[in-house]
Design a protein around this ligand. Sequence first.
Ligand code: TXA
Ligand code: MG
Length: 345
Amino acid sequence: MQTTVLKVNPDSFEPSILYPVARALQRGELVAFPTETVYGLGAIYRDETALRRIFTTKGRPNDNPLIVHIWNLDQLTELVQEINTKFQKLIAAYWPGPLTLIFPKKPAVPDEITAGLPTVAVRMPSHPVARELLRLTGIPVAAPSANLSGKPSPTLGEHVMADLNGKIPWIIDAGPCNAGLESTVLMLDQAKPIILRPGFITREMLEEVLQEPVTVATGQTDRPSAPGMKYRHYAPEAPAILVMGSKDAIVSKINAILRQRREKERIAVIGSSENLSKYETELVLDMGSEHHLELAANRLYNLLRTCDRLKVDRILIEGVADHGIGAALINRLYKASGGNVINVT
Ligand code: TXA
Ligand code: MG
């Protein structure tokens, strides 16, 4: 299949440039488009054939449900049974933005989207190109991240090209995504808020609006309400090890591992700017300052894909503080390393 790449400047574009892409979506074709979190692979929510094609194109397991993207609240009422007061508060505070909410679904939402669950995940992206595309399409768009299943999510048009060129008719390339990590996913369990996937809208930010404690679901112990959590995700090709602890202890441990490497073994270190010069290797990748974890979040997936391009044999990753945006980073690093974590003190 021939893929057309449409370059769009998100700060200044004519909406009409998106007409052919909106029409393709309406016809049931797949389109990769930018959002403020990561690039999405979209299809209109009510076309079952198109939805099934999302799964085959990505190689995604069928039991991992999709997020539906909307551009206004009228579209939300098309999809969900009710919007309780807690969700109303969160919507007022954080939509449009990187927060996905899990609602009881209306029957019109197909099982292909929800994997047979009685609930549907919905978010209203804030990216100007995503908003305009959704407005022009006029139908909510289901979209997982636009990567092959298991790979790091795409945060640049080039990443989408690398994974999906020749497999879909349209890719909209609007440059780098702002956040660089997928949206926060929140559900209510008997009215109690639970984060299924941490993101840029942090637990602290949710608690501030809800004025009550918010818990974070933890990996494997979780019930099937968080289906996506059981799969290998965001993984680079080489095995990765996440090293957690105090900064000095992390640096010593990583250097100790480097000193024991096999002859010709290429080990990349992903570390904070403050520590880069301390590592006993040339292959160091800069995650940004440990005081600006937003930057680390923004760079992470690109750094993991860089490790693939460099064909390294192993990756050692410096852990970060596990609160605020750091919680989202640790969550992705944990998955990228397949749970291969060394704790040092
Ligand atoms: O930032 C994002 O959310 C990006 C952009 C493209 O919007 N999308 C994204 O989609 O990350 P995806 O498919 O990679 O992740 C969707 C997550 C999965 O962890 C899935 O299990 C969860 O949302 N999810 C979807 N529907 C759900 C439901 N009804 N109940 C619980 N979890 C659900
Ligand atoms: Mg994904």
